[in-house]
Ligand binder design. Structure first.
Ligand code: FES
Length: 250
């Protein structure tokens, strides 16, 4: 059975090199296992809250790493995507680490400390840290823009909902607008021989818990119980223009 966001198994995550796991069940029951996971999630939420309350500089110096089950990035046919297939400075979307949580995949075309042969490929959670706008099938207010607009410079991720601007070349840190935190980085690994990519975790302040709380009903209508399942072992990558019917411009 697929694992859900609130059923983190032993060894599922680590944070900053420290292993975090659900406490072992002493009687082997599912009830005790889930009770342990609930306590674990409460603890994880406290860590995230503490991180949010720190000054931005302090957060930037010690981004939190959470490992999830690895997922190969795949093309529309389900075949592993070749990094060389990506068009430069183009919005791609995939869903990770949960079936409902969207991420932007970008090849910025220059070395920005990312992965791939030019170290130009990066990925970030596409859930805006301000009020959790995200790319849905019907509309997306958040996207990378390769050209300057009246409200932001070129080559930035801009959330048109309230004009938060993030710099994907610098860890999606906030450049302007009301967003309190950088977009969480999706940690990618590149297989140089195969030229394939896989997602292995999330670094920084993610928005998954508030996202699932805010959109619980909408996600359930769209995806049913699958919404909160862990994505993988492969996840589909597609251009944002193919995934989303209306992309806000600002
Ligand atoms: S939700 Fe993105 S700027 Fe407000």
């Amino acid at each position: 059975m697929a694992k859900s966001w609130n059923q983190a198994p032993k060894g599922f995550l680590d944070r900053g090199g420290e292993e975090f796991a659900c406490p072992p069940s002493t009687d082997g029951t599912r009830r005790e296992f889930l009770a342990g996971c609930t306590a674990w999630l409460t603890s994880a939420a406290a860590v995230a809250t503490a991180a949010r309350s720190q000054p931005a500089g302090a957060r930037a110096s010690a981004p939190r790493l959470t490992r999830f089950s690895p997922a190969i990035l795949a093309d529309a046919r389900g075949e592993p995507l070749r990094a060389a297939q990506l068009k430069v400075r183009t919005n791609y979307i995939f869903h990770y680490p949960f079936v409902a949580t969207p991420c932007l995949l970008l090849d910025l075309g220059r070395d920005v400390g990312g992965v791939g042969r030019k170290r130009s490929i990066v990925a970030f959670s596409a859930i805006c840290s301000h009020k959790l706008a995200y790319p849905a099938r019907e509309v997306s207010f958040i996207r990378f823009q390769d050209r300057a607009s009246t409200k932001s410079a070129a080559d930035h991720i801009h959330c048109c909902a309230d004009h938060s601007v993030y710099d994907p070349a610098r860890g999606a840190r906030v450049v302007s607008g009301p967003a309190p935190d950088a977009l969480a980085e999706i940690v990618l690994e590149h297989d140089a021989g195969m030229d394939t990519l896989r997602a292995v975790g999330v670094r920084g302040v993610d928005q998954f818990e508030p996202f699932f709380r805010k959109y619980d009903f909408k996600l359930a209508m769209e995806l049913g119980a699958r919404a909160k399942e862990v994505a993988g072992p492969s996840v589909k990558v597609e251009e944002l223009t193919a995934f989303c019917r209306n992309i806000a411009q600002c």
